[in-house]
Design a protein around this ligand. Structure first.
Ligand SMILES: [Zn+2]
Length: 321
């Protein structure tokens, strides 16, 4: 079926032998970005050069076809084009056009980025959208204002001889936060899990501001960045304060789990309103949701008159039967 979209260990367009971020090894698959939940050792992968550079050797596909943003690739009777997804270095949305029928797969996507940068959303008949934060209580503040608040929080801590510790995902979030905070004059110390990611980021073409590895040298006057799992090394610091930097800051129960002293809702995923905006900008008549609150967001769209279904949930129901 030409226009069929199904979930089978990942999103698939079976009529075009195209797999989008599949969770199992496939013969030809699109990898939207380098986070571990997306990279598999496919026989051949379609990805951006930056995503390939960010995937560690042991998780790399066996062969690949690199495509830059805006470049086109023939796939059977159709054409594939990649566009930036604004989620992390190299992250891409995939647009597939087959003789006037088009589908857009967003992968992990962020619409509003610091510096008033907006991610372009191409138009498509069918939209496959990631809905990590697909519930209405996930509404994030302006990213530039949030960054300024984080910078003030770090400065206040340093001024009182307390080490500010930002809890961030090691790949992507850590490096983007470093780049954004560097314009406030900070330098950084990274917990060991962030270190290989920072090196990969620099090798993939985005040079980072001054940083050292935590516990190798004294961290005086530096902002420490650590994944939430890195608390053992953090506890060895003399005086410190922690802040969770995540969209989950908007969920009090989840934020409490991290036990951070402060939370800031700076995210590399769309909030609820941004997700609605992606749907509107795409102009899609049909929407499939994947990841996170798929059922909730699809229901919200149906209330607005959009034909929307949770793609992943259907598979889980089928398995349960
Ligand atoms: Zn991601």
């Amino acid at each position: 079926m030409r226009g069929e979209v199904v979930w089978d260990h990942g999103v698939a367009l079976p009529g075009h032998s195209l797999w989008l971020d599949p969770l199992v090894v496939r013969s030809f698959a699109f990898i939207s970005h380098a986070h571990t939940d997306h990279a598999r050792r496919h026989k051949e992968a379609l990805l951006t050069p930056q995503t390939l550079a960010l995937i560690p050797e042991e998780r790399r596909p066996r062969a690949w076809r690199m495509l830059g943003y805006g470049e086109r690739l023939r796939r059977g009777a159709g054409t594939v084009t990649l566009h930036s997804a604004g989620h992390m270095l190299g992250s891409a949305q995939l647009h597939f056009d087959d003789d006037g029928w088009s589908v857009l797969y967003t992968g992990d996507i962020k619409l509003r980025q610091p510096g008033r940068i907006e991610t372009f959303v191409p138009r498509a008949d069918v939209l496959i959208l990631e809905t990590t934060y697909g519930r209405p209580h996930f509404r994030f503040g302006d990213p530039d204002e949030t960054l300024e608040t984080i910078a003030r929080w770090c400065r206040r801590a340093l001024d009182s001889r307390v080490t500010p510790v930002l809890l961030c995902h090691a790949l992507g979030k850590t490096e983007e936060v470093m780049l954004q905070l560097s314009r406030f004059g900070f330098s950084f110390a990274l917990e060991k899990r962030c270190v290989p990611c920072a090196r990969q980021y620099a090798m993939a073409g985005r040079s980072l501001p001054n940083w050292i590895e935590l516990n190798v040298e004294p961290v005086r006057d530096r902002v420490v960045i650590s994944p939430p799992a890195g608390k053992d090394d953090i506890r060895r610091l003399d005086r410190y304060r922690t802040a969770l930097i995540s969209g989950w800051a908007k969920d009090p129960d989840f934020a409490r789990l991290f036990g951070a002293d402060a939370t800031f809702d700076l995210s590399d995923h769309c909030d609820f309103d941004e997700l609605v905006e992606v749907v509107e900008r795409s102009g899609a008549e049909q929407v499939y949701t994947v990841h996170g609150f798929t059922e909730d967001f699809a229901r919200s769209l149906r209330r607005k008159g959009v034909k929307a279904w949770a793609l992943e949930k259907n598979e889980q129901l089928a398995l349960a039967l």
